[in-house]
Write a protein that binds this ligand. Structure first.
Ligand SMILES: [Zn+2]
Length: 89
C-alpha cells in the first residue's frame, strides 16, 4: 500500500512539473522572450530633427518647444535647430 502511495506521489510530481513547464512555455510564448519585451518609454526611439539621427529619449537632449518635446543627439544639434528656427521666424 505504501509503495502505491509513493508511486502516486511520484507520478503526481512528474505531471505537476510537466504541466508547470508546459504552462511556463505557453506563457513565455505569449509574452515573448524577456530580451524582446517592449521598450520602456524612456528607451523609445526618437529622431533628432536637426540631423535625423535616431536616439533613445534617455540619451537625447530634451528641448521643450510649445509643449512639444524634441530630442537632440548633441548640444550642437540643439543650438543649430534653435538658430534655424529663430532665423526662419
Ligand atoms: Zn543631431
Amino acid at each position: 500500500m505504501f509503495v502505491r502511495l509513493l508511486i502516486f506521489l511520484i507520478i503526481g510530481m512528474v505531471v505537476y512539473r510537466a504541466a508547470k513547464t508546459w504552462f511556463g512555455g505557453a506563457t513565455q510564448r505569449q509574452v515573448g522572450r524577456p530580451g524582446n519585451l517592449p521598450q520602456r518609454a524612456d528607451d523609445a526611439l526618437v529622431q533628432d530633427p536637426q540631423c535625423g539621427v535616431y536616439l533613445t529619449r534617455s540619451d537625447g537632449i530634451a528641448l521643450n518647444i510649445d509643449g512639444q518635446v524634441l530630442y537632440f543627439c548633441s548640444e550642437a544639434c540643439k543650438e543649430k535647430y534653435l538658430a534655424g528656427k529663430t532665423d526662419s521666424v
